[in-house]
Design a protein around this ligand. Structure first.
Ligand SMILES: [Zn+2]
Length: 62
């Protein structure tokens, strides 16, 4: 196995999918390679967290 270079689907940046990460993915049973660079992945995660932490916002109704 060797490091792989993947182009991010979101921002087009080329990033390294390292040997260690490939092993990690395999161990987890992921069959697909990552589509996005770590930065975009982090951004997406943060976005999702924001949305869920907002909840339903129904508490202010009196
Ligand atoms: Zn990206």
């Amino acid at each position: 196995m060797a490091d792989k270079y993947i182009v991010c689907k979101d921002c087009g940046t080329e990033f390294v999918f390292t040997e260690g990460e490939q092993a990690f993915y395999k161990e987890k049973g992921f069959e697909n390679e990552p589509q996005r660079c770590p930065e975009c992945r982090r951004a997406r995660k943060a976005q999702r967290n924001n949305r869920t932490s907002h909840g339903q916002g129904a508490g202010n109704r009196w």
